[in-house]
Design a protein around this ligand. Sequence first.
Ligand code: ASP
Length: 439
Amino acid sequence: MKKVVKFGGSSLASADQFRKVGNIIHEDPYRRYVIPSAPGKRHSKDTKVTDLLYRCYDTVCAGRNYHEDLFAIKSRYQEIIRGLNLELDLSGEFDKMEQRFLDRAGRDYAASRGEYLNGMVLAAYLGYDFVDSAEVICFTEDGEFDAERTNRVLSARLMQSERAVVPGFYGAMPDGTIKTFSRGGSDITGAIVARAVQASIYENWTDVSGFLLTDPHIVKDPVVIRTITYKELRELSYMGASVLHDESIFPVRKAGIPINIRNTNAPDEPGTMIVKTTGVKSPYTITGIAGKKGFVAINIEKDRMNSEIGFGRKVLEAFEHFGISFEHMPSGIDTLSVFVSEESFAPQEQAVLAMINRNCQPDIITIDTDLALIAVVGRSMKDARGTAGRVFASLAHARINVRMIDQGSDEENIVIGVKNDDFESAIRAIYQIFVDARI
Ligand code: ASP
């Protein structure tokens, strides 16, 4: 059995955190492949090493004095090395890095050093092999991640290592130029490694005890979701919930490997299992609630719209033409609304409306602004009677006016449109009825 374990920046921010990580790894001999992030924040006012690296590199490029930033970066590693009583000397690596900065090796190179150096420290601490991701995580000449090539190269390489540390976040293009994923991308590396070694599980260790049923800024201490499917997770993350990098589920989903979100600071808690399919029912009928503010509805009315073939297409063409992605399109007999994000629509409002007028000759167009969308997601919903009834009863009791309703064809989510001002109370009302009251 092989387990792939990824540790986030806060899990590796200090020597104390490294010790917790070491205990977690040594406790289970199957935890053979380890993906570290760069050292993160030690406290809320601290700066992540990745941000220090970006700043230092930008300072070098601006021709200003970068020594203070460089010193801060080196100190973070030295503090960890000293705290762990390691024999490791990184001064050669620091010199090389400084020289490459002066040679303008690129912002991606600069940022990648956070994970690279942390990987070296962790490998030395654990007594594991160190595998430089530049040799095994492949990007194309255009800077696109090359999934299949990576899978081949990486699995062949890891076959030769019983236990290894593979730094997160970066890889290299065919000419050796370092390329990073987007921010938070060590999660993606972890998933790629899990696929390559055909791991039985991908453990993602962070500083929360799993994926919360809803946003803790809105509901105080929401319960942790114990089991969630990839599909439900996609729905919730699309609507703003975050714990994992969005892109990280694809490699493991394809290979059918579950992800377990765990807390380095509370290792006895089971965390959240993210799985492909499960017979485990969610205890509250719903699995999660997430949402976003800042949408607009463009409402279009035209007599006999129902018999005008191609009307919907012509409306959507106007949005497509201006590169605006639509979220929902509820319709009546002679009415149709398109929900889009305010941010993408506002700058092009009049151009889009003019095109709709030209294409479709509607009778009336009105616009509702300041709308929020809330997704209530749950695989158990389709077999449960009255889920929608409970959602809307809770909103009615909270005196919230529902502006839009949409249910996905898989019956795993209900999306509700409300005014921005009602957003928080709507989420609290739905949480209350399903979780607190458990009706
Ligand atoms: N260190 C990188 C970042 O801060 C990548 C990661 O932590 O996943 O975004």
